[in-house]
Design a protein around this ligand. Structure first.
Ligand code: NAD
Length: 250
């Protein structure tokens, strides 16, 4: 389905991004991985997927510009890299705020602005953001993350309108809780912020949000991304697809 398509998936050395990279590669796309991690493990992933890797630190606009110049024209851009920090707003470290806005929001602006000219030249493109249920609703102690994800939803709608006549779609996928390192790593801070045990955080904070009482699977998020890359999704743009076990239905 994606033969002759080149896809950059940011933050694809782990979690949801890796699942999306696997799904795109399985359909024949030439995938460019990005993200942090152990270099031997990343080399093994490249071999598994027939992919290449660019290790740009997406918190640095100059590094993003260099990455986009190095990789050349792409057909599919998945803005997926992200991080979380959990703390009450009065204790929220300003440097964490800046880091989350840089990675979860500004990086997507920079990759997009640099990818769009090549997509316009081809008259085809797919831009997908891994947003979040937190692009639609809020939770306490996640001020930077919720701000960045709401902004991603607005950014995506804006570029969808700008690109609508160029064969380029732009959409958000908004997962609820997916069991990945990003979720696992926020459990200790959430325990501290709320004075809870690990089990209480799992059941009363995380899964409490999801009527299905199940974590979403990275592979299911990837299947939705793959659908949005296909021809049948040519008329879908500016949309924000929830895949959250019913969280935002409440
Ligand atoms: P993860 O921690 O497994 O993966 C994050 C990826 O981002 C990794 O590949 C990591 O190396 C990369 N990354 C981190 N800092 C980077 C940097 N400075 N430069 C480049 N890459 C960097 O997390 P995940 O859960 O797979 O999250 C992926 C996306 O999905 C994020 O945008 C996250 O907000 C979103 N999301 C996750 C969940 C969830 O429950 N896990 C829910 C909704 C949305």
């Amino acid at each position: 389905m994606l033969k002759n398509k080149r896809a950059l998936v940011t933050g694809s050395t782990s979690g949801i991004g890796l699942a999306i990279a696997r799904a795109l590669a399985a359909e024949g796309a030439e995938v460019i991985l990005n993200g942090l991690g152990d270099q031997d493990e990343i080399a093994a992933l490249c071999e598994e997927l027939g992919a290449t890797y660019n290790g740009a630190n997406l918190m640095e606009p100059a590094a993003i510009a260099q990455m986009m110049a190095d990789i050349g024209t792409i057909d599919i851009l998945v803005n997926n890299a992200g991080m979380q920090h959990v703390a009450p707003v009065e204790d929220f470290p300003p440097e964490k705020w800046d880091a989350i806005i840089a990675l979860n929001l500004s990086a997507a602006f920079h990759t997009t602005r640099l990818a769009v000219p090549g997509m316009k030249a081809k008259g085809w493109g797919r831009i997908i953001a891994t947003a979040s249920a937190h692009s639609l609703t809020a939770s306490p102690f996640k001020s930077a993350y919720v701000a960045a994800k709401h902004a991603m939803a607005g950014f995506t709608k804006t570029i969808a309108l700008e690109l609508a006549t160029h064969g380029i779609t732009a959409n958000c996928i908004s997962p609820g809780y997916v069991w990945t390192p990003l979720v696992e790593n926020q459990i200790p801070d959430t325990m501290a912020a709320r004075g809870m045990t690990r089990e209480q955080v799992m059941n009363d904070v995380l899964l409490a949000k999801q009527p299905t009482k199940q974590f979403v699977l990275p592979e299911d998020v990837a299947a939705l991304a793959l659908f949005l890359c296909g021809d049948a999704a040519r008329g879908i743009t500016g949309a924000n697809y929830s895949i959250d076990g019913g969280w935002t239905a409440e």
